[in-house]
Write a protein that binds this ligand. Structure first.
Ligand SMILES: O=C[C@H](O)[C@H](O)[C@H](O)COP(=O)(O)O
Length: 219
């Protein structure tokens, strides 16, 4: 089974969490794209979606799935999205596709967060994947200096402007043993819009596609 087939298997398993008549929050990335494509097969059963990126909104609309602004939709029952890493507490690193801020907003507006990924994303300690941080452009150098003080190596992601018009700084070299504290600490630095740690609001369910089948972890 390829990595992409495992992503697709996880996305398929997440369909079981979709309740008829509901509005569903939709993440971003290759795994979320599988979920969107599969959701198209049951689009008449749901009311609408809220997308965490312009790319996901476009893909949903191409399938004829209704996309609402979050402000119109209110509290959502379910959010389905991928991740770059998860630990066993279902704390995540996200933002490899630069959509972390909108993803965190939609996850925060959802009662249940079902994360879908291939098995390689499950790790003991977060931080092998560089931590993405969305930064307002004028604060780039300030934020980079503060990250160095925290022991990280900041790398501005080339040719990347987020849907919100900001930069992404990827932070290498962090072994993240207290993800909640680091998430809060980073968000205190002026110019950081948000960081890619989803620890204060982790996933509720993690569905992993593995070579031997689906593995489901719950918080
Ligand atoms: O910004 C992008 C998101 O956080 C994605 O959910 C994450 O990068 C995982 O992407 P993929 O499903 O392509 O591995």
């Amino acid at each position: 089974m390829t990595q992409d087939e495992m992503k697709k298997a996880a996305a398929e398993a997440a369909l079981a969490y979709v309740e008829a008549g509901s509005i569903i929050g939709i993440g971003t990335g290759s795994t979320a794209n599988h979920f969107i494509d599969l959701l198209a097969g049951m689009k008449s059963k749901i009311e609408a979606t809220v997308a965490s990126s312009l790319a996901s909104a476009e893909r949903l609309q191409k399938h004829g799935i209704r996309v609402l602004d979050l402000n119109e939709a209110g509290q959502l029952a379910l959010y389905v999205d991928g991740a770059d890493e998860s630990n066993y507490q279902l704390q995540l690193i996200k933002g490899g596709g630069a959509a972390l801020t909108r993803e965190k907003i939609v996850a925060g507006a959802s009662d249940q967060f079902v994360c879908i990924a291939d098995g390689s994303k499950l790790v003991e300690v977060l931080g092998q994947f560089p931590l993405p941080i969305e930064v307002i452009p004028m604060a780039r150098e300030l934020v980079a200096r503060e990250i160095v003080k925290l022991g990280g190596k900041p790398v501005v992601r080339p040719n990347c402007i987020t849907d919100n018009g900001n930069l992404i700084i990827d932070v290498q070299g962090l072994a993240i043993t207290d993800a909640s504290s680091l998430e809060s600490q980073l968000n205190q630095i002026p110019g950081i819009v948000t960081n890619g740690l989803f620890a204060l609001r982790p996933a509720d369910v993690l569905i992993l596609g593995t070579p031997t089948g689906i593995q489901t972890l719950t918080a």
